[in-house]
Design a protein. Structure first.
Ligand code: NDP
Length: 324
């Protein structure tokens, strides 16, 4: 019997119930996919706890890798047996199998394992747009990347190194900073015990950085602005510590004519051509060996609640896989 995590109300990890589900046959434009690996992401916490709303009863999960078992009408580009991965809505990736719109799927090259795909589709495509679209890096820059030992963070450290970009990494423990360094970061700041702004100014000869990538949100927002050079860009892409509080435009002018962006991956992947281009870049950088999946922990899908507890308690590093 297929299994999935379902939610009847927003709340703590305990609201996730592991239940039997009916999957059925794919409708027009859909496929049925048997999952081999499911990706855990911080955004799943927001959908579980109500930071991001969804109709109830609800599902959870935005990323998985697997094999197509059935194809609905009008699906021309995929067939039964194809190895595929996806990220995007509708929610419901925390499942052993499910129906998915074919428009979300990308075919996996033989060289990419299911675990790698499930660790990389959401977090790796995010680094692709952060570095190639939000603030395109050319090489030679020094950037600040917060929570650098997390899922997005360890991919970013490696990708930046591949681009010839110097990373100033922040994290909450020395072990996490060491991990960021092993993945390519050059300068390490413990943002629990050190003054981030002072350290960044010291490292950059007083100038500040041209770009800060900030997935931490509320706790780091003002710090990030203070770390920017004149005309610098803050890419605020997440809220692990809480949603960024309101700020004024004068906060940007007074610090040096700054820019702030609040992007979301799914706007970048909505167009098929863009998704294909992003996935091709991701598979190329992974295929070259310059960026490797860094899977810090695996949990049985049935133990998704424990995975959420550990993620929220900042106990995880790198990417996390739920095993269906
Ligand atoms: P991570 O694996 O990076 O986990 C979150 C990390 O944030 C923690 O490990 C912790 O690292 C840090 N953190 C800082 N403050 C807190 C806090 N109060 N509670 C919990 N964690 C905290 O998660 P992901 O890689 O999945 O995602 C990273 C961020 O990027 C998230 O905010 C996520 O929502 C966002 N994101 C946004 C996307 C977009 O397109 N906008 C796409 C993908 C991710 P430490 O202990 O070192 O502080």
């Amino acid at each position: 019997m297929p299994k999935a995590i379902r939610i009847n109300q927003a709340g703590g990890p305990e609201v996730m119930q592991y239940v039997d589900v009916q999957v059925g046959e794919p409708g027009a434009g859909e496929v049925r996919i048997k999952h081999h690996a499911v990706g855990l992401n911080y955004i799943d916490v927001y959908f579980r706890d109500g930071t991001y709303e969804q109709p109830m009863p609800g599902s959870i999960g935005l990323e998985a890798s697997g094999v197509i078992e059935a194809v609905g009408a009008g699906v021309g580009d995929f067939k039964v047996g194809d190895r595929v991965a996806y990220t995007g809505r509708p929610l419901g990736a925390y499942a052993t199998e499910r129906l998915v719109p074919a428009s979300l799927l990308v075919k996996l090259p033989d060289s990419i394992e299911h675990d790698t795909a499930a660790a990389m589709m959401l977090q790796g495509l995010t680094v692709d747009y952060l570095f190639n679209r939000s603030f395109p890096l050319k090489g030679g820059e020094t950037i600040l990347f917060h929570a650098a030992a997390g899922g997005v963070g360890l991919i970013a450290c490696q990708w930046a190194r591949a681009l010839g970009v110097t990373v100033i990494a922040t994290a909450s423990t020395q072990d996490k900073l060491d991990l960021a360094k092993a993945h390519g970061a050059t300068h390490l700041i413990n943002y629990r015990s050190e003054n981030v702004v002072e350290r960044v100014k010291e490292i950059t000869g007083g100038r500040g950085v041209p770009v800060v990538y900030d997935g931490v949100g509320a706790d780091t927002f003002k710090i990030s602005l203070d770390c920017l050079a004149k005309f610098g860009t803050l890419v605020s892409f997440g809220n692990a510590s809480g949603v960024v509080p309101p700020f004024t435009l004068n906060d940007l002018s007074s610090r040096g004519s700054l820019y702030v962006q609040r992007p979301t991956l799914f706007h970048y992947t909505a167009e098929r051509a863009s998704l294909d281009q992003m996935a091709a870049r991701l598979f190329e950088v992974v295929g070259s060996g310059k960026v490797k999946a860094s899977i810090g922990q695996r949990y049985a899908l049935a133990d998704a609640a424990q995975a959420h507890r550990d993620l929220e308690a900042r106990k995880t590093t790198g990417s996390t896989i739920l095993v269906p």
